[in-house]
Every structure is written in C-alpha cells, then in structure tokens.
Design a protein. Structure first.
Length: 341
C-alpha cells in the first residue's frame, strides 16, 4: 500500500432527511455490461465492497448512511448510471437517491436545464431506467418528480411469525420488493418513540420472507429478495381530499429510511391502486417518521407479462449538505471502519 493518504471526493445531499452520498469518480473499477450487471459484479468485488464500507462506516459514515457510485448508463438514452449502496450492500432501486441525483445533475450542469421550467434526467439503475423530472423557478430547483419502473402487488395475506405474534403482510414491488403492513397490527405507531420496536420486528419480517417464493422476481433473479418492511399509519384524507399515510421503511438489515422512501412509496402506490383507493387523478400524501413528505400518484396502468401493474410517480426534492474530501491514512488501523449497531 502507498505511504500517501488516499482521498475520496463526494457530494452529499438529503432528500426528506435521508442522506445520499454521491461519488462521481469511484476510485475502483466497476466493470459490467449494464448497470444491473455492474451491481451483480460489485457484490462479489472486494474493492467495490471496501469502498462502500469505507463511506458507510464510522468514522466517515454511520449505520444509516446511503449513497451511490456513478457509472456509465446502459446506452445513450440515459444521462448517467448509478450503483446504490448502504451499510449492508448494493440495492436494486432508490427513489430518494434518484431525486437527489436529478438535483445534482442540474445544479452541476451535467444536464442543461431552463432557469424556469423542467428537464428530464434519465438514470439507469439496477432495476431499470428511471426519470428524475427536475423543475426550476428562477434557476432554483423547487421540485423533482421521480418516475419509476412499473410496480405491482406480488402477494397478499402472507403470514409471518414474529416476536409479537403472527402478522399478515402485503408484498409489492417498486423497483425493490417490500413487505407492508399497518403498524397498528402489532400495537405500534409510526412515531420516533416506537422506532426501536419497528426496527426489530421489521427485521424479523424481512428475513423471514427474504428467501421465500414471494421474494422471487418474475424475470430477473438479480432483483430477488425482500429489501425491507414498510410500516404505515392510515391518517385519513387531508383537507383537500388527498389520501394521507405516514410510514417508515426498515430496509437492508435494520437501516431506517428518514424520508418517506421513494421506491417504497411506489410499492405502496401499487397496493393502494389495486385496492381502488387511488382513482384517476388521486394523490397520496406520504409522510415520513421525521415529518417530511412525498406525494405520489399513478401515471398509468400497464400490463407486464400478464401482470397488472402501474407506472408510479413520486414527488419531492433534495438539498445539498456538503462536499467532502475523505482521507484514508495508510497507517489507520480502523479501515474501512465500524458500525455500532
């Protein structure tokens, strides 16, 4: 190893309170024929895993850190590609990260945008091609629409044994696969004082289903697995008639999404649409456990290999929190770091 310190530069954003650390020029090769292939190879690549762990782990990160490595898109139809990562590995989708990348692409000039108006930033992610539709007013980003891959209900009334008794969950896909259920089913609510219990039982549900048949993607085994558990509270309609829910997503191995979760909101939209609770033109107000909000709606209904699905859109925005030049001292014994949870 070189005796000189190694530097890694990042630009950090938050979307609804959830961090997103962007690495424009990853200092390790991330080979592959597509973004999905690059993710599959990165999972088994020691260099990619070391860099991911370095930026997630203390003292440079924390147990709930999230980010992405920029990679080439699959073809000229997209502006960029990205490999999403968290403390436990590489994920297949990330709505809050897509929103942050749209803001970053416009703010840095990577994608030209009108001072007032909107522009589409097309991004290849492991689950497919998504769009961040970035709107500006007087050269300031004011809102981003995340248009996701088609999303659908996988299964209903799936029984899971937990430390709080048996529960029944709905499994749905929104770029990643989630188990969803009301927090009240286990006597809890989506509030900070209940977070410890929500994390514990959410992990139980995720791991109980992760290798089951409901976790199998119908066409791409690289997308297999239950990404997380979504707990929600139904808050009734807002004054203007919006469907109003609050949620917290417990993903990976006990990570907590501070935002209302972009891909998770898409998974919820698929369920609500199938239940007839989101008729044409209706909007979901989706709050997070920290009080931030996304809005979601169904753009269209589609057929995916004989499966009823929707094209979901989630709206929010992101804000830059810092630009960092992390240094790795070659003599530091605590590399890539540690996670105290």
């Amino acid at each position: 190893m070189s005796q000189r310190a190694v530097a890694i530069e990042t630009t950090d954003y938050h979307t609804g309170g959830e961090p997103f650390r962007i690495v424009v020029d990853p200092p390790v090769p991330l080979a592959g024929d597509s973004v999905a292939d690059r993710r599959a190879r990165a999972i088994d690549d020691a260099g990619a895993q070391h860099l991911r762990a370095l930026l997630c782990s203390e003292p440079r990160g924390h147990a709930d850190m999230y980010g992405g490595f920029l990679v080439p898109p699959d073809d000229d139809g997209a502006d960029l590609g990205v490999l999403f990562w968290h403390k436990d590995g590489f994920s297949t989708a990330c709505g809050h990260g897509t929103i942050a990348l749209g803001v970053w692409a416009v703010e840095t000039g990577r994608v030209a945008a009108p001072e007032t108006g909107s522009v589409d930033v097309r991004i290849d992610v492991p689950s497919g091609r998504v769009t961040a539709r970035v709107r500006r007013e007087a050269a300031r980003v004011v809102e981003v629409d995340f248009v996701n891959v088609p999303s659908w209900v996988v299964a209903r009334e799936v029984a899971v044994s937990t430390s709080r008794g048996e529960v029944r969950v709905t499994v749905s896909f929104g770029g990643a696969t989630y188990a969803t259920l009301p927090a009240s089913d286990v006597g809890l609510a989506v509030t900070p004082e209940h977070l410890g219990d929500l994390v514990a039982v959410g992990r139980e549900i995720k791991w109980a289903l992760n290798d089951s048949e409901v976790a199998v993607h119908p066409t791409d085994p690289r997308l297999n697995g239950i990404y997380g558990t979504i707990w929600f509270d139904d808050l009734g309609p807002t004054v203007d008639g919006q469907l109003h829910q609050r949620n917290v997503t417990i993903f990976a191995d006990g990570e907590v999404d501070r935002s209302p979760c972009g891909s998770g909101t898409c998974a919820r939209l698929a369920v609500l649409a199938a239940d007839g609770r989101l008729p044409a033109g209706a909007t979901l107000r989706h709050d997070s456990i920290v009080g931030s909000t996304f809005t979601g709606r169904v753009l269209e209904s589609v057929d995916i290999d004989g499966r009823a699905a929707i094209v979901p859109q989630v709206t929010g925005t992101a804000y830059r929190t810092g630009e960092h030049r992390f240094v790795v001292d070659p003599h530091d014994p605590l590399v890539p770091g540690f996670v105290l949870r």
